[in-house]
Design a protein around this ligand. Structure first.
Ligand SMILES: [Zn+2]
Length: 389
């Protein structure tokens, strides 16, 4: 849902981006502070200073949004599902994890970390305001106090039980822990999120129409975003959920035709013509370690008169374009990482550094199709080509 986001750099390997709606928040907060909050809290100052304090306070608020997200990411890393990227947006932010938490407990802890950070920042802001209240100019003191109150409000708002808010994730973890079904728990949290969004929308509409308050527009926007985000999560949910527990070892081809790297292109082409139906092959080193991938297409590119003298290992792709994963890796993780071209690419699956099998484009497509049919692919037993099956 955050396709139009501005990159802000990387922190500890996590890409941080801002959705355009953050600019709207920055402007709204600055405007609110400079024209209403600060003139009332510290009257009589130069109008320019209201704007300066307003911009600084709004920027501080965005920085604390980032801290909120980073604490999600830090706890996630502790539970072995490090952060991939963070997107700031008008409702706080979204931390995309590299994988889904595997237990309700981890899910809950990752979710609750953000609101805890916000409330702590809020308390620190209010505390600092109280400390400097006697000595500093009322303008920065008001800014600090607003920052503190804003963060506490943000923390509490994010605890509301509905996806995509942190409270929604906590609700999901709780239902997951009680019922043992993560997919259904996610659906419950998303329905709560949509109900929450609808409630905000109705409250905003009532404010606007019954009381003529334009702040109602803000609530309507908030409600619309909540419903939109809950639906986006819902749409991405079921297939991922169903594929969620499936491991690479369950969908791989455990007995592919392999190429000893020292064979010549000609010798291997002859062998491949009679062995199986594969078009892409794992290449093994002399001691049986997988070193790369080669396709019949790669072999075609070797000039005909050189095929008797060229070794397959010299033609094989061995760079970063070849993906190597363990048998226990999750299929969803793999799908996030690679795009496999049929007849050209292959994922090498290893078990204690020996080749355990391969995953091609067809294997991934099959896993998705089976998941859509609500069936789980079963691991094929390794067999030699002549075995009756
Ligand atoms: Zn959060």
């Amino acid at each position: 849902m955050f396709r139009t986001a501005i990159p802000l750099g990387r922190w500890a390997g996590i890409a941080v981006r801002a959705h355009w709606s953050v600019l709207l928040v920055l402007f709204l907060i600055t405007d609110l502070l400079a024209t209403a909050v600060l003139p009332r809290a510290a009257p009589g100052a130069d109008p320019g200073w209201y704007w300066v304090t307003g911009v600084l306070t709004a920027a501080g608020f965005l920085a604390s949004l980032l801290l909120h997200e980073l604490s999600h990411a830090a706890v996630a890393r502790r539970h072995g599902v490090g952060g991939k990227r963070i997107t700031l947006w008008m409702l706080g932010g979204a931390a995309d994890l590299k994988a889904e938490p595997s237990t309700p407990k981890a899910d809950f802890r990752i979710a609750v970390a953000g609101p805890i950070a916000s409330v702590l920042i809020g308390v620190a802001g209010l505390g600092a305001a109280v400390l400097v209240a006697g000595v500093a100019h009322p303008l920065p003191v008001s800014g600090l106090a607003w920052l503190g109150a804003g963060n506490i409000l943000l923390g509490v708002f994010n605890l509301l039980p509905g996806a995509p808010l942190d409270g929604g994730r906590m609700l999901r973890a709780a239902v997951w822990s009680r019922r043992g079904d993560r997919a259904r728990a996610g659906a419950v949290a998303e329905r709560f999120g949509q109900a929450l969004g609808a409630a905000f929308g109705i409250a905003g509409l009532a404010q606007l129409l019954l009381f003529g308050r334009f702040s109602g527009l803000w609530l309507i926007l908030l409600g619309w975003f909540l419903i939109f985000a809950a639906q986006a999560e819902f749409a991405a949910g079921p297939l991922r959920e169903r594929l969620g527990g499936v491991r690479v070892g369950e969908i791989m081809n455990p007995s592919p035709t392999v190429v000893p790297g020292w064979w010549t292109v000609d010798a291997f082409a002859d062998h491949a013509a009679g062995a199986g139906r594969d078009r892409v092959f794992p290449v093994l080193s002399f001691d049986g370690v997988p070193v790369g991938v080669v396709s019949l297409g790669d072999l075609i590119r070797v000039p005909a008169d050189a095929r008797r003298a060229t070794r397959v290992a010299d033609v094989a792709r061995k760079d970063q374009t070849v993906t190597v994963v363990g048998v226990d890796a999750r299929v969803t993780e793999l799908m996030n990482r690679v795009f496999l071209r049929p007849g050209r690419d292959l994922v090498l699956v290893t078990e204690s550094s020996a080749l355990a099998g391969v995953v091609g484009a067809g294997d991934l497509a099959r896993a998705v199709e089976l998941a859509t049919l609500r069936h789980r692919p079963r691991a094929a037993a390794p067999h030699s080509p002549g075995d009756p099956r």
